[in-house]
Design a protein. Structure first.
Length: 82
């Protein structure tokens, strides 16, 4: 191999390596709009799952007196995710 062809071969390899590194760098940077769309879709799915497994709960507690009559009633309401 002549010195000229060696330099050409070396330069070609350097250019190929630079192109490969550039392609890898661009491949690692996600498209912002696509990423945002993916996040929103994931959030919709998560909300849907949460809605399917969430219920409204009311706990009523009656306090009785010595005769068994209700003297006080307490109620607590909450959303429960199970």
């Amino acid at each position: 191999m002549t010195p000229y062809s060696e330099r050409l071969h070396h330069r070609t390899r350097l250019i190929a390596a630079a192109l490969l590194l550039t392609a890898v760098a661009y491949a690692q940077i996600p498209d912002a709009a696509a990423l945002l769309q993916e996040v929103l879709e994931h959030q919709r799915k998560t909300d849907s799952i949460r809605e399917n497994y969430t219920f409204h709960e009311i706990v009523r507690t009656d306090m009785l007196d010595g005769d068994g009559k209700v003297k006080e009633t307490k109620s607590e309401e909450s959303e429960v995710f199970s």
